[in-house]
Design a protein. Sequence first.
Length: 158
Amino acid sequence: MSKKNNQYLGKAGHLFVMSEFLARGWNVAIPEVDVGDDILVLEDSSGNLAKVQVKTSNATLRKNGFSAMFQVNYQHLSVLLGVLTYYIFVVRNDNNWEKLVLIPQNELFNYVISNNIGTRYGDSITLYFSYSKDEITCSNINLSKYINNYQDFPVLEH
């Protein structure tokens, strides 16, 4: 896939994720300067704020499902600041969005450190997700509990 196609896919993934938060009643914004946070998510009534890093990939078909590859910046992942960052991994498969994975930064970092998920090259970690009918795994670690994991983002009534 060309770099230009990757830019279109990446932006489509961002907008898909933003639309999901908006449908749940959360306000969203794209920072004017991208220094690692793709989307800011705000609960208007309380001021609760979360940062979101969106990773988007095309699916690669496999015998029993499909896989997707994602690149994560190790420096951004390893620095835990006052406002928690959530990583959202979205995959485009056969012209559809599939099984969004939403995982808090601290939990993803723990998997990288404690379970050695992914492959690190300098400042980048490559994560290979395998999708089957019933589960998502990365480096043989089951991440299925993070499918559509909006527990920290309940539906808000306005």
